[in-house]
Every structure is written in C-alpha cells, then in structure tokens.
Ligand binder design. Structure first.
Ligand code: NAD
Length: 432
C-alpha cells in the first residue's frame, strides 16, 4: 500500500518505518525542515533502540522517504496517518492545533479517496473535527478512522511490530477493510484487531494510560506508607502482584512518572470529563500524588543533610525512563530545579538524554559527565533517577571512594539495601 505519515516524532517515525518494513511504500511528512534534512542524511531525531537500523534498511530499499512537501507525500496515498503532537493546552486539555493543521493540509493535497487515520492521542470528538477540517479543503471522498497507538518508548519497535492489540474505530466498512489489510502482517500470531465505534477507540487510549498512571501513583502511595510503618514495598508488591486479578506489571514505586503521555493524557481526560459535567476524582488524585512524588528525592536529601546550600550532587539518569532520550516531564527536571533553588550544584550523567536535557530549562544550569563514575567526583551524594541497566551493577568501592559522603538516594530501588549498607553507605530508597 502507499502510505503517508504526518509527523516524524516517536510515533510517526516508528509507525512509518514499521509499515515500510512490512512491505508498504511510506512517505513521512514533517514541517520541521531541519528534522527532514537530517533524516535524509540518516540522522535520527530521537533515540529508540533498533530504529536506526530498520529505518536505514527501508530507506535503502526505497520503501521509506521523508519530505516537508505535503503534495509529494499525500499524492496517491491510500492511507494517511496523523501522528503529530497533542501537547497539553493551558487548562490541561489536549491542544489540537497541530492535528487540525495537519488535517487541513492533508485535505488540500488529496488526489483521490484515502483513509485518514488519527494515530495521535486525541480526545473524544476529534475524528469529527478532523473530518470537518479535511472536508473544508477537499472535494475528494475520504474516511476518518481512529487508531490510537500503544507503543512504549524504549521498546517501540517491538510494540509496533508485535502489538498486544490493534484498536480501530471506524464508521466506514470500506475504511475498516483497508485498516485490517494494513495491520494483517502485525497480528499473525493471533493478537486481536479490535473494531469499535470511533468514540470508544479515542477513549480507549486515555483509559489505558490513565489505568497505568493510576497503578504507579497507587504504588507510590503504598511505598510512602511503607516508609512510615516500617514495611517493605518490595514484599508488598510481590504479595499483591502474584494475585492474578492484579498482576505484577506496573507495580514499581519510584520518584514519579513522566514522559509525554501519562501526565498529559491524565490531565486531558480529567478536562474532557469536566467538559461533559463529570468530575473524574480518582485521576485528579493520581495527578496530585505524582506531582508530590517527584519531590521525594529532594526531601530525602534535605532530611539527611539539612541545609543543601553549597552541596554538590551526582545524578544518574535524566530521561523520564530508560532506553529513551525523552526528557518531557522527567522527574529529574523537578529534582534538579529543587537542588539548584536550594543552592546546591549538580553533575549528571545519562547514556542518551544529555543532549536533550540541554534544551530544557535546567539544561545549562547543571554540569554533565562523560561517564557515570565521572559524575561522582567530590559529590556529597549520588541520586539515581532513571533505572538504566548500566547503573544496576556499579563498582560500589569506586563510588565509595569518589563521594564526599557515602550517601545514595535511589529513586528507582535498583540497589540492594543489604549490599550497599554493608559497604558503609547510607541508603535511601522509595518504600523499602
Ligand atoms: P513528537 O512531538 O515527538 O513529534 C511530533 C512531530 O509532528 C514533530 O516532528 C513535529 O514537527 C511534527 N508536526 C507538528 N505539526 C505538524 C504538521 N502540521 N505537519 C507535519 N508535521 C507536524 O510527538 P510523539 O511523541 O511522536 O507523539 C505524537 C502523538 O502520539 C501524540 O498525540 C502522543 O500523545 C501520541 N503517542 C505518543 C507516544 C509516545 O510514547 N511518544 C505513544 C503513543 C501515542
């Protein structure tokens, strides 16, 4: 099939590359000229394991191209995906300006019937707005379909090529048939394509992220209680996770969730509910708990050292989670801000996110190390903020020697308390 993908971010680039990998001819369109120019040179705008190799292969085999020119990208496309950003507006609701701008540009350049697919995470009712925007700029026939994306950054290729399920919301049998054909190679092992009405598909994506965010905030509250009553959240986690009704995934406490999806999607569904006269109380609490949890590492440092003015800290991990360079809403940003405001200094190391970190507010206010151990020189304590695998088995003796004070504040519970305490460290974790 001939496919166009509008937006070459985490979702658009992965989707475009994976559709090309399954034999389609894909043109990715982005308005960011620099991004497209670099993609032509084989330089990826994001870090995502496995993507570079797959992308280069499909570019080499002429199944994948990039352009800023809608006319070139949309011409003859049978399916056009909208995968542009939907950042939170001032009131937390999803800002649809990129989606609707893309829809108008698609309409202006249609050359015949096409299925236009909302892949961006968009509130209920957006497909109708997209339909109006496209209709205002074209006379050609088209259908709009909702096909939310469930990939996880850091495992995006695998998630896309082998999805647990594909959700297709459509009111057109013609469009649904095209979508089923397109996704057939991805569900050969029997994972379902779930066909729904458009509204249910749109809401499914928010419900999934809201449920996952709720599990994290719930476990963070359990961890906070564990600290107060002298219980160990790891034991509690195993104790509940082995219950088949609960399951063991997404039960890890930490220093708060971040990223481009959970924070904004929780906010957006709260706002959508308000628009429909409903107060989504659980999700308001989920959001509040998460904001508070991002302060927990700073509070532990303050409790240990008292005044942090003049102190220097090493920080391992900046990205909001491992295997990505994404810094959006990362807990590290909140921690660095708090440390800087308290008059402390920070040297950070992250395997992939240091370039990205330089573009966020704290970017030029902290120092960066080339290697994890280089961040430790003369630091008063080590914070672990992201659970990259390479941090899990460090040389504790070298850490002990490099730090001014043998203090580790572990926001992801990656070390064993017994091991580090036996070596003489003071160890703070979350709920254990
Ligand atoms: P992103 O910010 O990484 O990328 C968006 C891209 O769209 C940018 O390259 C931007 O230049 C481009 N763009 C903006 N307006 C455009 C226009 N009019 N025409 C062409 N290109 C345009 O975004 P992302 O993280 O890939 O997310 C995209 C959508 O997918 C969002 O709605 C997000 O919620 C959703 N989503 C994201 C993830 C994730 O893990 N990142 C997972 C599932 C769903």
């Amino acid at each position: 099939m001939r496919i166009a993908v509008v937006g070459t971010g985490y979702v658009g680039l992965v989707a475009g590359t994976c559709f090309a990998e399954s034999g389609n001819h894909v043109t990715c369109i982005d308005i960011d000229e620099e991004k497209v120019r670099r993609l032509h040179d084989g330089i990826l705008p994001i870090y995502e394991p496995g993507l570079e190799e797959l992308l280069r292969r499909n570019v080499r085999d002429s199944r994948l191209t990039f352009t800023t020119d809608y006319a070139e990208g949309i011409a003859d496309a049978e399916v056009v995906f909208i995968a542009v950003g939907t950042p939170p507006g001032e009131d937390g609701s999803a800002d649809l300006k990129y989606v609707l701008a893309a829809a108008r540009s698609i309409g202006e350049n249609l050359t015949g019937y096409a299925v236009i697919v909302d892949k961006s995470t968009v509130p209920v009712g957006t497909a109708r707005k997209v339909k109006e925007a496209v209709a205002s700029t074209t006379k050609h026939e088209f259908d709009v379909v909702s096909n939310p994306e469930f990939l996880k950054e850091g495992a995006a290729i695998d998630d896309f090529l082998k999805p647990d399920r594909v959700v297709i919301g459509s009111e057109s049998p013609r469009a649904a048939k095209v979508m089923n054909e397109l996704y057939a190679p991805f569900v050969r092992t029997g994972n379902p394509i779930i066909e729904t009405d458009i509204e249910s598909a749109e809401l499914t994506k928010y419900a999934a992220n809201a449920m996952l965010a709720t599990r994290i905030s719930f476990m963070n509250e359990i961890a906070n209680i564990c600290e107060r009553v002298g219980a160990n959240v790891n034991h509690v986690r195993k104790g509940i996770g082995t219950d088949a009704r609960i399951g063991s995934r997404f039960l890890f406490p930490g220093c708060g969730y971040g990223g481009s999806c959970f924070p904004k999607d929780v906010q957006a569904i709260v706002r959508t509910s308000e628009e429909y006269g409903y107060e989504f109380r659980i999700l308001k609490a989920v959001e509040e708990v998460n904001e508070r949890q991002k302060h927990t590492l700073f509070e532990k440092a303050e409790k240990h050292f008292g005044d942090l003015k003049g102190k220097h800290f090493a920080l391992w991990g900046l990205a909001f989670k491992p295997n990505t360079d994404d810094m959006r809403e990362a807990p590290a940003i909140v921690l660095c801000n708090q440390l800087l405001e308290a008059g402390a200094t920070v040297t950070a190391f992250d395997p992939e996110a240091m370039e990205e970190a330089k573009h966020v507010y704290i970017g030029d206010k902290i120092n960066y190390a080339d290697k994890p151990m280089d961040a430790l020189d003369g630091a008063d304590a080590l914070f672990v903020v992201t659970e990259w695998n390479e941090f899990r088995r460090p040389d504790f003796e070298s850490i002990y020697e490099s730090l001014e004070h043998p203090v580790i504040i572990d926001g992801r519970n990656i070390f064993s308390r017994d091991v580090v305490e036996e070596m003489g460290f003071t160890y703070y974790a979350v709920g254990c």
